[in-house]
Ligand binder design. Structure first.
Ligand code: ADP
Ligand code: MG
Length: 151
């Protein structure tokens, strides 16, 4: 898939959120400035989060309350070699069927992420600063649910 603006990436996040639910786990891969947090903003808006979504680069995690007592948990483990207690918090969120989990820079917590997750990779485009190539893979049953994301 290719997006041509920040808003198109947010719209993709909104579509993704519509196909996912609490209990699902999303891993976001891409360089700094690729658009991972932008995609999460689109997801959060679509899920009815009114407060501004900020990058959790320094807090590592932010949790947003959703309707019906559900939660959107956003993690960013950028440059963390040892995630420590935050890995435990992530594990709890992953195990919580009321929480939709999104993780940026998941390398240090790879063993905590479930196999049944979707991994989105965002790449910048050499000749177009506003374009992004976005691909996704999943090894779980989510493939069926996410099939329509590609079209
Ligand atoms: P990351 O979380 O991957 O580090 P951010 O989402 O914080 O990235 O930042 C992405 C930056 O790229 C923003 O400044 C945004 O305005 C810009 N941008 C330009 N084009 C796009 C696009 N098509 N999709 C997402 N972001 C874009
Ligand atoms: Mg980010």
């Amino acid at each position: 898939m290719k997006t041509h603006s920040l808003d198109e990436t947010k719209a993709l996040g909104a579509r993704l959120a519509g196909l996912l639910g609490p209990g699902d786990v999303v891993e976001l891969v891409g360089d700094i400035g690729a658009g991972k947090t932008t995609l999460v903003k689109g997801m959060a808006e679509a899920l009815g989060v009114a407060e501004p979504v900020q990058s959790p680069t320094f807090t590592i995690s932010r949790t947003y309350q959703l309707a019906g007592g559900l939660r959107l948990a956003h993690y960013d483990f950028y440059r963390l070699v040892d995630a420590g207690v935050m890995a435990d918090e992530l594990a709890e969120a992953v195990a919580d069927h009321g929480t939709l989990v999104v993780v940026e820079w998941a390398d240090s917590v790879a063993d905590v992420l479930p196999t049944n997750r979707v991994t989105l990779t965002i790449r910048q485009v050499a000749d177009d600063p506003d374009a992004r190539i976005i691909d996704w893979t999943t090894s779980g049953e989510m493939a069926t649910r996410l099939a329509e994301l590609t079209v």
